[in-house]
Design a binder for this molecule. Structure first.
Ligand code: S3P
Length: 166
């Protein structure tokens, strides 16, 4: 099986992915790392600033396709994975999509002073993006886990228990 972690920037996908993959004895795949390798840039900011967001999204689609037939993996997606439904179609094959639902207030605190995310440079724009994406995360997920005030461990336990019941 494949577990796909989706959610807004700062919802904990990377940390949860690492922990959950250990618990399940799956490998852990960070989509942004794949995208970065394919881009030949040094970081995500550089891709956005030099190649543009459209190029990033294209690389994201290619990566999602490549990962479609992976098995026994936890995939941590970038927050924008839901911007192209085709990504979810690719990843969902033999997979369960888990939405880490985090309030904007919590995200704001977690990403305070963060400089690694090009789409979180402007708080007002980030909030708009958050509001736009919330219904998409809800629509594309099989499991929804609220993460506000929860430790990574607690979130993993909840996912683990819920998967068991599926
Ligand atoms: C993005 C989220 C980032 C990264 C890129 C775009 C987005 O990943 O893929 O900066 O569109 O929300 P995280 O969600 O891991 O921060």
């Amino acid at each position: 099986m494949k577990i796909i972690l989706i959610g807004f920037m700062g919802s904990g996908k990377t940390s949860v992915g690492k922990e959950l993959s250990k618990k399940l004895r799956y490998s852990c795949i960070e989509m942004d790392e794949f995208i970065l390798k394919a881009s030949r840039r040094n970081n995500v900011n550089e891709i956005f600033d030099k190649d543009g967001e459209i190029k990033f999204r294209k690389l994201e689609i290619v990566t999602a396709k490549k990962l479609s037939d992976k098995d026994n993996v936890v995939v941590s997606c970038g927050g924008g994975i839901v911007m192209n439904k085709i990504n979810i179609d690719h990843l969902k094959q033999n997979g369960l999509v888990v939405f880490l639902n985090t309030s904007f207030e919590t995200i704001k605190k977690r990403l305070d002073h963060d400089t690694t995310r090009p789409l979180f440079r402007d708080l007002k724009k980030a909030k708009k993006l958050y509001d736009f994406r919330q219904p998409l995360y809800l629509e594309y997920s099989n499991i929804i886990i609220s993460t506000d005030d929860k430790t990574i461990n607690k979130v993993c336990e909840e996912i683990y228990e819920t998967i068991g019941k599926k």
